[in-house]
Design a protein around this ligand. Structure first.
Ligand SMILES: CC(C)(COP(=O)(O)OP(=O)(O)OC[C@H]1O[C@@H](n2cnc3c(N)ncnc32)[C@H](O)[C@@H]1OP(=O)(O)O)[C@@H](O)C(=O)NCCC(=O)NCCS
Length: 186
């Protein structure tokens, strides 16, 4: 895995699960995640056991950021639904600790995952779905080099209204052309 300037992705341990419970307890964190209710510790443990049965490339990684107090876990990121014939995969990210929103960590984590996907896993196309109302997410993905590929109209029913889902994606060639992180080689 590739280290970032301010973040390091690492494997998720069982001991991290209480953090996930706490993050997903917050409705503001859950609101764009197709998750109406919080998850219990037992549900997180089931998720963890199921995750361990998946191929290692599908395992989400914990995002840790460097602070004066040391490395702090703030969220997780993953590539999943790999399509080997088409060399594509979907990306998912949650920064669960809200005090770390809007500081560029999402963009940096996405950039690292894209690099991992294209350079190490030899993907051709990485895509994601995002609520049209998730302006912070959309902006972070655009800054990471994703372009708008489509719109699934009124796909989500949330709190009394239908919301469009946007499809965003990036091709390996686009990443190679544009997405070198400062100070890094492609
Ligand atoms: C979405 C998420 C991953 C983005 O990560 P982040 O670290 O907060 O995002 P970044 O700081 O890299 O970028 C956010 C950008 O959106 C901008 N932004 C924030 N709120 C905005 C708003 N209401 N309208 C427009 N832009 C907004 C920020 O200013 C920033 O842009 P800038 O760097 O040009 O100033 C993170 O906020 C998160 O996990 N949220 C909760 C779960 C979630 O939504 N997951 C994604 C599901 S698809």
């Amino acid at each position: 895995m590739i280290l970032g300037e301010r973040i390091r992705p690492r494997a998720i341990e069982r001991e991290d699960l209480p953090l996930f419970v706490a993050w997903l307890y917050d409705p503001e964190v859950r609101q764009y995640l197709l998750m109406d209710l919080p998850l219990s510790q037992a549900q997180e443990e089931d998720w963890y056991e199921n995750m361990r049965k998946q191929q290692p490339r599908q395992h989400p990684l914990l995002i840790e950021v460097t602070t004066p107090q040391g490395w702090v876990p703030v969220g997780n990121i993953s590539l999943f639904d790999f399509e080997d014939q088409h060399r594509s995969a979907e990306l998912g990210i949650v920064i669960g600790d809200k005090q770390y929103w809007n500081k560029g960590y999402g963009r940096e984590a996405v950039n690292l995952m894209i690099k991992h996907g294209f350079q190490t896993l030899n993907l051709h196309h990485i895509y994601l779905w995002v609520y049209a109302t998730n302006l912070r997410g959309i902006r972070a993905y655009e800054k990471a080099g994703f372009v708008h590929e489509g719109r699934k109209r009124e796909a989500i029913y949330h709190k009394g209204e239908y919301i469009d889902l946007l499809l965003m994606g990036i091709l390996r060639a686009e990443w190679q052309e544009n997405m070198t992180l400062p100070g890094e080689e492609k």
